[in-house]
Design a protein around this ligand. Structure first.
Ligand code: AMP
Ligand code: MG
Length: 314
Protein backbone atom coordinates (compact mmCIF):
# COMPACT_ATOMS: atom_id res chain seq x y z
CA UNK A 1 0.00 0.00 0.00
CA UNK A 2 1.24 3.49 -0.71
CA UNK A 3 -0.23 6.87 0.18
CA UNK A 4 0.37 9.66 -2.32
CA UNK A 5 -0.84 13.24 -2.26
CA UNK A 6 -3.32 14.05 -5.02
CA UNK A 7 -1.39 15.15 -8.12
CA UNK A 8 -1.43 14.55 -11.86
CA UNK A 9 1.08 11.77 -11.28
CA UNK A 10 -0.78 9.95 -8.47
CA UNK A 11 -4.07 10.22 -10.38
CA UNK A 12 -2.49 8.69 -13.47
CA UNK A 13 -1.03 5.90 -11.32
CA UNK A 14 -4.41 5.37 -9.66
CA UNK A 15 -6.18 5.15 -13.01
CA UNK A 16 -3.68 2.54 -14.18
CA UNK A 17 -4.19 0.46 -11.02
CA UNK A 18 -7.97 0.64 -11.44
CA UNK A 19 -7.89 -0.45 -15.08
CA UNK A 20 -5.68 -3.34 -14.03
CA UNK A 21 -8.33 -4.52 -11.54
CA UNK A 22 -6.68 -3.08 -8.41
CA UNK A 23 -8.15 -0.97 -5.61
CA UNK A 24 -7.58 2.74 -5.03
CA UNK A 25 -8.94 4.72 -2.08
CA UNK A 26 -9.86 8.30 -2.94
CA UNK A 27 -11.59 11.23 -1.29
CA UNK A 28 -15.15 12.23 -2.11
CA UNK A 29 -17.11 15.05 -0.50
CA UNK A 30 -18.77 12.54 1.84
CA UNK A 31 -16.12 10.01 2.96
CA UNK A 32 -13.10 8.24 1.44
CA UNK A 33 -14.22 5.61 -1.04
CA UNK A 34 -12.59 2.23 -1.72
CA UNK A 35 -12.70 2.23 -5.50
CA UNK A 36 -12.58 -0.63 -7.96
CA UNK A 37 -13.62 -0.90 -11.63
CA UNK A 38 -17.34 -1.70 -11.51
CA UNK A 39 -17.08 -3.53 -14.84
CA UNK A 40 -14.56 -6.08 -13.52
CA UNK A 41 -16.21 -8.67 -11.29
CA UNK A 42 -12.93 -9.62 -9.65
CA UNK A 43 -12.15 -6.00 -8.77
CA UNK A 44 -15.57 -5.76 -7.12
CA UNK A 45 -14.92 -9.04 -5.30
CA UNK A 46 -11.66 -7.55 -4.00
CA UNK A 47 -13.63 -4.66 -2.50
CA UNK A 48 -15.79 -7.06 -0.46
CA UNK A 49 -12.67 -8.99 0.50
CA UNK A 50 -10.81 -5.86 1.61
CA UNK A 51 -13.72 -4.61 3.72
CA UNK A 52 -14.19 -8.05 5.24
CA UNK A 53 -17.97 -7.84 4.90
CA UNK A 54 -19.59 -11.12 5.94
CA UNK A 55 -22.27 -10.67 3.27
CA UNK A 56 -22.72 -9.04 -0.12
CA UNK A 57 -24.69 -5.83 -0.27
CA UNK A 58 -25.06 -3.71 -3.38
CA UNK A 59 -22.45 -0.99 -3.84
CA UNK A 60 -22.73 2.55 -5.16
CA UNK A 61 -21.23 3.09 -8.60
CA UNK A 62 -19.55 6.47 -9.14
CA UNK A 63 -19.50 8.30 -12.46
CA UNK A 64 -17.60 11.33 -13.78
CA UNK A 65 -20.40 12.66 -15.99
CA UNK A 66 -24.20 12.39 -16.09
CA UNK A 67 -23.79 11.00 -19.61
CA UNK A 68 -22.14 7.83 -18.24
CA UNK A 69 -25.40 6.83 -16.56
CA UNK A 70 -27.21 6.10 -19.82
CA UNK A 71 -24.72 3.32 -20.58
CA UNK A 72 -25.44 1.63 -17.25
CA UNK A 73 -29.10 2.15 -16.40
CA UNK A 74 -32.53 3.10 -17.65
CA UNK A 75 -33.07 6.76 -16.91
CA UNK A 76 -36.26 8.81 -16.75
CA UNK A 77 -37.40 12.42 -16.28
CA UNK A 78 -37.17 12.18 -12.47
CA UNK A 79 -33.56 11.09 -12.71
CA UNK A 80 -32.75 13.88 -15.17
CA UNK A 81 -34.25 16.49 -12.83
CA UNK A 82 -32.47 15.16 -9.74
CA UNK A 83 -29.11 14.93 -11.52
CA UNK A 84 -29.55 18.45 -12.84
CA UNK A 85 -30.32 19.78 -9.37
CA UNK A 86 -28.07 17.75 -7.06
CA UNK A 87 -25.13 16.39 -9.09
CA UNK A 88 -22.31 16.43 -8.54
CA UNK A 89 -23.28 15.83 -4.92
CA UNK A 90 -24.32 13.43 -2.15
CA UNK A 91 -27.40 11.93 -3.82
CA UNK A 92 -27.38 8.30 -4.98
CA UNK A 93 -30.04 7.22 -7.46
CA UNK A 94 -31.10 3.57 -7.68
CA UNK A 95 -32.16 2.84 -11.27
CA UNK A 96 -33.01 -0.24 -13.31
CA UNK A 97 -29.93 -1.83 -14.86
CA UNK A 98 -29.88 -1.78 -18.63
CA UNK A 99 -30.11 -5.26 -20.12
CA UNK A 100 -26.59 -4.75 -21.49
CA UNK A 101 -25.26 -3.00 -18.37
CA UNK A 102 -21.47 -3.48 -18.39
CA UNK A 103 -21.20 -3.33 -14.58
CA UNK A 104 -20.61 -6.63 -12.80
CA UNK A 105 -23.72 -8.21 -11.26
CA UNK A 106 -21.77 -8.31 -8.02
CA UNK A 107 -22.04 -4.50 -7.63
CA UNK A 108 -25.81 -4.96 -7.69
CA UNK A 109 -25.57 -8.04 -5.43
CA UNK A 110 -27.65 -9.82 -8.04
CA UNK A 111 -30.46 -7.23 -8.17
CA UNK A 112 -31.91 -5.78 -11.38
CA UNK A 113 -31.04 -2.30 -10.14
CA UNK A 114 -27.89 -0.25 -9.82
CA UNK A 115 -27.09 2.65 -7.47
CA UNK A 116 -25.24 5.55 -9.08
CA UNK A 117 -23.90 8.92 -8.03
CA UNK A 118 -21.56 11.64 -9.23
CA UNK A 119 -19.27 12.75 -6.41
CA UNK A 120 -18.55 16.44 -5.89
CA UNK A 121 -14.80 16.32 -5.35
CA UNK A 122 -12.09 17.29 -7.83
CA UNK A 123 -9.87 14.31 -6.95
CA UNK A 124 -12.70 11.80 -7.34
CA UNK A 125 -13.76 13.47 -10.56
CA UNK A 126 -10.26 13.41 -12.07
CA UNK A 127 -9.69 9.79 -11.05
CA UNK A 128 -12.98 8.74 -12.66
CA UNK A 129 -12.15 10.65 -15.82
CA UNK A 130 -8.59 9.31 -15.99
CA UNK A 131 -9.66 5.69 -15.45
CA UNK A 132 -12.60 6.06 -17.83
CA UNK A 133 -14.45 3.43 -15.79
CA UNK A 134 -17.47 3.60 -13.50
CA UNK A 135 -16.06 2.92 -10.03
CA UNK A 136 -17.75 0.88 -7.32
CA UNK A 137 -16.75 2.62 -4.11
CA UNK A 138 -18.16 1.92 -0.65
CA UNK A 139 -16.58 3.68 2.29
CA UNK A 140 -12.88 2.82 2.59
CA UNK A 141 -12.96 1.15 5.99
CA UNK A 142 -13.16 -2.36 7.35
CA UNK A 143 -16.73 -3.56 7.87
CA UNK A 144 -18.24 -2.36 11.13
CA UNK A 145 -15.76 0.45 11.75
CA UNK A 146 -16.22 4.21 11.50
CA UNK A 147 -16.35 5.78 8.02
CA UNK A 148 -13.03 7.35 7.02
CA UNK A 149 -12.86 11.09 6.41
CA UNK A 150 -9.04 11.30 6.16
CA UNK A 151 -6.38 9.31 4.29
CA UNK A 152 -4.85 8.18 7.62
CA UNK A 153 -8.15 6.53 8.61
CA UNK A 154 -8.05 4.48 5.41
CA UNK A 155 -4.45 3.43 5.96
CA UNK A 156 -5.21 2.39 9.55
CA UNK A 157 -8.33 0.47 8.62
CA UNK A 158 -7.35 -1.24 5.36
CA UNK A 159 -3.54 -1.24 5.27
CA UNK A 160 -2.18 -3.42 2.48
CA UNK A 161 -5.63 -4.45 1.27
CA UNK A 162 -5.70 -1.31 -0.86
CA UNK A 163 -3.09 -0.75 -3.59
CA UNK A 164 -2.99 3.04 -3.40
CA UNK A 165 -4.50 5.75 -1.21
CA UNK A 166 -4.78 9.17 -2.82
CA UNK A 167 -4.63 11.78 -0.08
CA UNK A 168 -6.87 14.73 -0.82
CA UNK A 169 -7.19 16.04 2.74
CA UNK A 170 -10.24 15.86 4.98
CA UNK A 171 -13.70 15.17 3.52
CA UNK A 172 -16.16 18.04 3.70
CA UNK A 173 -19.45 16.31 4.51
CA UNK A 174 -18.43 13.22 6.51
CA UNK A 175 -21.97 11.84 6.19
CA UNK A 176 -22.96 9.30 3.56
CA UNK A 177 -25.08 10.11 0.53
CA UNK A 178 -28.87 10.05 0.49
CA UNK A 179 -30.06 6.98 -1.45
CA UNK A 180 -33.29 7.27 -3.45
CA UNK A 181 -34.97 4.40 -5.28
CA UNK A 182 -36.30 5.45 -8.69
CA UNK A 183 -37.07 1.96 -9.97
CA UNK A 184 -40.79 2.27 -9.23
CA UNK A 185 -43.56 4.78 -9.85
CA UNK A 186 -43.24 6.06 -6.30
CA UNK A 187 -39.74 7.29 -5.54
CA UNK A 188 -38.65 6.13 -2.07
CA UNK A 189 -35.75 7.19 0.16
CA UNK A 190 -33.77 4.06 1.08
CA UNK A 191 -31.18 5.82 3.20
CA UNK A 192 -31.53 9.31 4.63
CA UNK A 193 -28.51 11.55 4.17
CA UNK A 194 -27.32 15.06 3.60
CA UNK A 195 -29.93 15.87 0.97
CA UNK A 196 -33.36 15.74 2.60
CA UNK A 197 -36.63 14.20 1.47
CA UNK A 198 -38.14 17.70 1.37
CA UNK A 199 -35.45 18.96 -1.00
CA UNK A 200 -35.98 15.96 -3.27
CA UNK A 201 -39.78 16.24 -3.21
CA UNK A 202 -39.44 19.88 -4.23
CA UNK A 203 -37.86 18.65 -7.47
CA UNK A 204 -39.82 15.48 -8.36
CA UNK A 205 -43.00 15.74 -6.32
CA UNK A 206 -44.26 13.67 -3.36
CA UNK A 207 -42.27 10.59 -2.35
CA UNK A 208 -43.62 7.19 -1.38
CA UNK A 209 -43.03 5.91 2.12
CA UNK A 210 -40.75 2.93 2.61
CA UNK A 211 -43.22 1.36 5.08
CA UNK A 212 -46.13 1.55 2.65
CA UNK A 213 -44.15 -0.06 -0.11
CA UNK A 214 -43.70 -3.80 0.36
CA UNK A 215 -41.09 -4.16 -2.38
CA UNK A 216 -38.66 -1.79 -0.71
CA UNK A 217 -36.53 -2.72 2.24
CA UNK A 218 -34.57 -1.23 5.08
CA UNK A 219 -31.35 -3.17 5.10
CA UNK A 220 -29.40 -5.00 2.45
CA UNK A 221 -29.79 -8.21 4.47
CA UNK A 222 -33.55 -8.17 4.19
CA UNK A 223 -33.18 -7.31 0.57
CA UNK A 224 -31.03 -10.32 -0.25
CA UNK A 225 -33.57 -12.84 1.07
CA UNK A 226 -36.14 -11.18 -1.17
CA UNK A 227 -34.40 -12.12 -4.36
CA UNK A 228 -33.86 -15.85 -4.06
CA UNK A 229 -33.80 -17.84 -7.29
CA UNK A 230 -37.05 -19.55 -8.30
CA UNK A 231 -35.59 -23.06 -8.23
CA UNK A 232 -34.75 -24.77 -4.95
CA UNK A 233 -31.06 -24.72 -4.02
CA UNK A 234 -29.27 -27.67 -2.39
CA UNK A 235 -25.97 -26.67 -0.77
CA UNK A 236 -22.76 -28.60 -0.06
CA UNK A 237 -23.62 -31.08 -2.81
CA UNK A 238 -20.82 -33.35 -4.01
CA UNK A 239 -22.78 -34.26 -7.14
CA UNK A 240 -26.08 -33.36 -8.79
CA UNK A 241 -29.13 -35.61 -8.60
CA UNK A 242 -31.23 -36.32 -11.68
CA UNK A 243 -32.89 -33.12 -12.92
CA UNK A 244 -30.60 -30.78 -10.97
CA UNK A 245 -28.18 -28.28 -12.41
CA UNK A 246 -24.75 -28.44 -10.78
CA UNK A 247 -22.97 -25.26 -9.82
CA UNK A 248 -19.38 -26.38 -9.28
CA UNK A 249 -16.37 -25.04 -7.44
CA UNK A 250 -12.89 -26.39 -8.07
CA UNK A 251 -11.90 -29.09 -10.53
CA UNK A 252 -14.92 -31.21 -11.47
CA UNK A 253 -16.02 -32.77 -14.72
CA UNK A 254 -19.77 -32.56 -14.21
CA UNK A 255 -20.55 -28.93 -13.47
CA UNK A 256 -23.31 -27.23 -15.49
CA UNK A 257 -21.37 -24.06 -14.64
CA UNK A 258 -18.30 -23.66 -12.48
CA UNK A 259 -17.87 -20.74 -10.07
CA UNK A 260 -14.11 -21.25 -10.30
CA UNK A 261 -12.47 -24.34 -11.79
CA UNK A 262 -9.23 -23.32 -10.09
CA UNK A 263 -10.99 -22.96 -6.72
CA UNK A 264 -10.34 -19.22 -6.49
CA UNK A 265 -12.86 -17.60 -4.13
CA UNK A 266 -12.48 -14.14 -5.67
CA UNK A 267 -13.33 -15.53 -9.10
CA UNK A 268 -16.24 -17.45 -7.56
CA UNK A 269 -17.62 -14.27 -5.98
CA UNK A 270 -17.36 -12.46 -9.31
CA UNK A 271 -19.33 -15.26 -11.02
CA UNK A 272 -21.87 -16.01 -8.28
CA UNK A 273 -24.89 -13.91 -9.25
CA UNK A 274 -24.65 -14.32 -13.01
CA UNK A 275 -24.30 -18.10 -12.68
CA UNK A 276 -27.13 -18.49 -10.18
CA UNK A 277 -29.30 -16.53 -12.58
CA UNK A 278 -28.20 -18.57 -15.60
CA UNK A 279 -29.03 -21.88 -13.87
CA UNK A 280 -32.34 -20.65 -12.46
CA UNK A 281 -34.23 -22.04 -15.45
CA UNK A 282 -37.30 -24.14 -14.70
CA UNK A 283 -37.57 -25.22 -18.33
CA UNK A 284 -34.29 -27.14 -17.97
CA UNK A 285 -33.86 -28.02 -14.29
CA UNK A 286 -35.87 -28.90 -11.19
CA UNK A 287 -33.28 -27.55 -8.79
CA UNK A 288 -29.72 -26.31 -8.39
CA UNK A 289 -27.11 -28.28 -6.48
CA UNK A 290 -24.15 -26.21 -5.32
CA UNK A 291 -20.67 -27.53 -4.53
CA UNK A 292 -19.24 -26.87 -1.05
CA UNK A 293 -17.56 -23.46 -0.81
CA UNK A 294 -14.79 -22.99 1.77
CA UNK A 295 -15.92 -20.61 4.55
CA UNK A 296 -12.73 -18.57 4.52
CA UNK A 297 -12.16 -15.01 3.33
CA UNK A 298 -14.79 -13.93 0.82
CA UNK A 299 -16.14 -17.51 0.96
CA UNK A 300 -18.05 -16.38 4.06
CA UNK A 301 -20.02 -13.86 2.00
CA UNK A 302 -20.58 -16.41 -0.79
CA UNK A 303 -21.96 -18.92 1.71
CA UNK A 304 -24.13 -16.26 3.32
CA UNK A 305 -25.71 -15.49 -0.04
CA UNK A 306 -26.18 -19.15 -0.90
CA UNK A 307 -27.78 -19.88 2.48
CA UNK A 308 -30.24 -17.01 2.00
CA UNK A 309 -31.06 -18.29 -1.46
CA UNK A 310 -31.59 -21.82 -0.12
CA UNK A 311 -33.69 -20.75 2.89
CA UNK A 312 -37.40 -21.67 2.85
CA UNK A 313 -39.47 -18.94 1.19
CA UNK A 314 -42.14 -17.14 3.13
P1 AMP B 1 -22.28 2.29 0.90
O1 AMP B 1 -21.73 2.14 -0.48
O2 AMP B 1 -21.71 1.30 1.86
O3 AMP B 1 -22.24 3.70 1.38
O4 AMP B 1 -23.81 1.93 0.90
C1 AMP B 1 -24.52 1.68 -0.25
C2 AMP B 1 -25.96 1.92 0.06
O5 AMP B 1 -26.70 1.97 -1.15
C3 AMP B 1 -26.56 0.82 0.91
O6 AMP B 1 -27.48 1.36 1.80
C4 AMP B 1 -27.23 -0.04 -0.13
O7 AMP B 1 -28.27 -0.80 0.41
C5 AMP B 1 -27.70 0.99 -1.15
N1 AMP B 1 -27.75 0.42 -2.50
C6 AMP B 1 -26.73 0.24 -3.33
N2 AMP B 1 -27.14 -0.36 -4.47
C7 AMP B 1 -28.46 -0.55 -4.36
C8 AMP B 1 -29.45 -1.11 -5.19
N3 AMP B 1 -29.16 -1.63 -6.38
N4 AMP B 1 -30.69 -1.15 -4.72
C9 AMP B 1 -30.97 -0.64 -3.53
N5 AMP B 1 -30.10 -0.08 -2.70
C10 AMP B 1 -28.85 -0.04 -3.09
MG1 MG C 1 -19.86 2.39 5.19
Amino acid sequence: MSVLPASALSLARGAEILRGGGLVAFPTETVYGLGGDATQGQAVARIFEAKGRPSFNPLIVHVAEVSWVAGLAETDARFAKLAEKFWPGPLTCVLKRRADCPASELVSAGLDSIAIRMPDHPVAHELLRASGRPLAAPSANASGTVSPTRAEHVAQSLGDKVDLIIDGGACRVGLESTVIDLTQDQAVILRPGVITAEEIAAVIGPLGSAEANPTTFKSPGQLASHYAPGLPLRLNAAIAKAGEAYLGFGPTADASLNLSAKADLREAAANLFAMMRALDDATRYQGIAVAPIPATGIGTAINDRLERAAAPRS
